[in-house]
Design a protein around this ligand. Sequence first.
Ligand SMILES: Cc1cc2nc3c(=O)[nH]c(=O)nc-3n(C[C@H](O)[C@H](O)[C@H](O)COP(=O)(O)OP(=O)(O)OC[C@H]3O[C@@H](n4cnc5c(N)ncnc54)[C@H](O)[C@@H]3O)c2cc1C
Length: 470
Amino acid sequence: MIPLRTSAGWRVLDGFGGSVRALSRSVCPTSVDELAQVFAAARAEGLAVSFRGAGRSYGDASLNSGQLAVDGRGMRRILAFDPATGVLEAEGGASIADVWRHTLPAGWWPAVVPGTMFPTLAGCASMNIHGKNCFKVGPFGDHVLELDLLTAAGERKTLSREREPELFLAAIAGLGLLGAVTRVKLELKHVDSGQMRVRPIVVRTLEHMFDTFVERMPDSDYLVGWVDCFASGPALGRGLVHQANQLSSAEDPLGRESLALSRQDLPPAIFGVPKSLLWMLLKPFTNDTGWRFVNSVKYAVPERVDKDGTYRDSHAGFAFLLDYVPDWRLSYGAAGFIQVQLFVPDANARQAFSEALRLCQKRGVISYLAVFKRHRADDYVLSHGLDGWSLALDFKVPRDAHKLWDVAADLTRLVLEAGGTYYPAKDQVVDARSFARAFGERFTRFRELRRRMDPDGLFGNDQARRLGLV
Ligand SMILES: Cc1cc2nc3c(=O)[nH]c(=O)nc-3n(C[C@H](O)[C@H](O)[C@H](O)COP(=O)(O)OP(=O)(O)OC[C@H]3O[C@@H](n4cnc5c(N)ncnc54)[C@H](O)[C@@H]3O)c2cc1C
């Protein structure tokens, strides 16, 4: 039996936003057998077990104060890949980067990726992450053909839409509360070239942002909006939309050579500054005055485009923009930052988002980075997905943090009143009552299934306790 309650192996782990931390006993098993032994040892020692992939969730999703945190990255092998069909199997701890670096030279790219390449497949499945193409291809779960789950009882189950569909639909977006995801079988999407054509579009107002998406969606592979949250009055919600479309090898001047990994690598330096130091240059701007200036420049200074108003970008360059500046989160300072992502149904989103932007301005709590996306509904029990829109707002945690917590609570209420949902990957503020009301019958169904699968409550984490899920 592995001894867990020893003095060794306790570590302070944080959420990606750096504003929440927890001391946990951390273990990193390298096989399913070893993981099963960890479960047995935790049960014997009365420790609750949580899972952590790359720790890229912003808040407390992968934290487990005073308990056991299983680091999934000891199990990250690519197990199989068929370049004829684009079907890949990997252990849960393999990252999105591990996947595309393995498959792109053969012309396959993950159908859904987040804004950073480091999350693990298990983390992506357990949150049912979405990409900038959610309106078109749905969330991550829609591309999972099968997954293996190691349950609290030590049983190894293979789940899919055909095999144990009830458990499959709950394990996707299951927040690691039904067992460990140890293997994921994914269908990838075929790409003929390693580049996309990107069109930046200036939008003058929030209405214009919505209208641009509606107009462009039928002809876009990817669409993402950036909102300048300092702009007020008639310019409320102004920003930029980036539309991206895959190129065929015939359209790409580099042809299939652009599929080479060397063509995807993000540059090692920007304006001569090594990537690793770039976050320090952001630091002086990470305050209201500095960021207002950054936003005005970003809005007013046109990007470099060809005659037709577009430019070419690699898949990695377009998808993982935030990875250009490693450790950018440190620029927010010691107290870190939080993200509040509002998910609101189509019918209410225009009003809810403009209310949210006004509310933040009135309280003097302005988001420095705001990202706008279109989503589509899905059928995973606890998924945030809906036929609607999202606005993700990053807030620096200020010295008088209570102002931010008050605004966050009001935004939580606003989402509930607008019939929206919450996204645990980004959440650190939602209360159990609001979460239960937003998910309604789905919340009850999930808790019942969890009780059946894990009657002794082996699995848990700080977020699940806060949201009333365990
Ligand atoms: C810069 C940045 C950009 C992002 N952009 C996006 C985006 O565009 N779209 C989006 O949807 N998300 C986005 N995210 C969020 C991120 O994709 C999710 O939080 C994702 O879940 C992180 O994966 P992870 O491997 O780091 O998992 P963690 O954050 O470590 O854990 C996430 C969840 O997965 C569970 N889990 C982890 N491993 C296992 C396992 N082996 N078995 C069972 N459960 C497990 C944990 O219990 C937890 O509930 C972004 C995050 C960052 C930092």
